[in-house]
Design a protein around this ligand. Structure first.
Ligand code: ADP
Length: 220
């Protein structure tokens, strides 16, 4: 079923969400208070309108309460972002995702009932920092303040060994949930304990950050 989305704020972040959703065939209502921004999205989104979403009347006229999921991607103007989110909530919008500028903004958004708060610059910064620290960490996904999933490239120390040999769960407290094969690029999502690991294979590891760092220091 075609789902209806609205993206408020068509800067780099909101604009990119709008483009992706539209490319996936979703019905997107693109909104910005800036006419030039809206014009850029006329041929991309199903609908594109110029509107200031801090005006409750405008939100009602746009029929926001009938939209499945609204993404608030207003950048610098934190006050406008909070006010828009609050009014969308009051109108009864089912799902609201909001981009936060900083930690205080995030706290307020959660308090007023935003369903999902994203912090793209901070999160991408963390991911890149992790891949810079260790050249073998290819990607990183934060699950909580203290837990993550990382993609690790197997080096010499793991080559030719099995998960039993390495005893990762007992020794390092983390779990290998999948292995991407270095040669055929196939992914094994339930690696058998006796599967031999080759140098260059990519291990997807879940665990506490402190355990993952230990694993990374000793084995990678
Ligand atoms: P990014 O960091 O994602 O590039 P920007 O700050 O460039 O974010 O973009 C935010 C967008 O939100 C801008 O295009 C701006 O015109 C729009 N915007 C700001 N306030 C409002 C508002 N009250 N109603 C609608 N759009 C708004």
């Amino acid at each position: 079923m075609k789902r209806e989305f609205a993206v408020i704020g068509l800067g780099r972040f909101g604009g990119s969400i709008c483009k992706e959703l539209s490319a996936e065939g979703m019905d997107v209502l693109a909104i910005d208070s800036d006419e030039d921004r809206v014009n850029e999205f006329k041929d991309i989104a199903a609908h594109a309108v110029i509107a200031d979403t801090t005006d409750e009347k405008v939100l009602k006229e746009l029929g926001m309460r009938n939209i499945d999921h609204v993404i608030v991607a207003i950048g610098e103007d934190i006050q406008a972002s909070i006010l828009t989110t609050l009014m969308l909530k009051e109108l009864g919008v089912k799902k609201i995702t909001v981009k936060a500028q900083n930690d205080y903004h995030e706290k307020v958004l959660i308090k007023i009932g935003a369903d999902h708060v994203v912090h793209p610059e901070r999160d991408m910064g963390k991911r890149i920092a992790h891949s810079i620290i260790s050249t073998n960490i290819l990607d990183y996904l934060e699950l909580s303040d203290a837990h993550s999933i990382v993609e690790v490239k197997a080096g010499k120390k793991m080559h030719g060994k099995t998960l039993i040999d390495l005893d990762i769960r007992a020794k390092y407290g983390c779990n290998v949930v999948a292995i991407k094969n270095a040669y055929n690029k196939g992914i094994n999502v339930s690696p058998e304990p006796n599967l031999k690991i080759d140098k260059g294979d990519i291990l997807i590891v879940i665990g506490a950050d402190k355990d993952i760092s230990k694993f990374e220091r000793i084995l990678v």
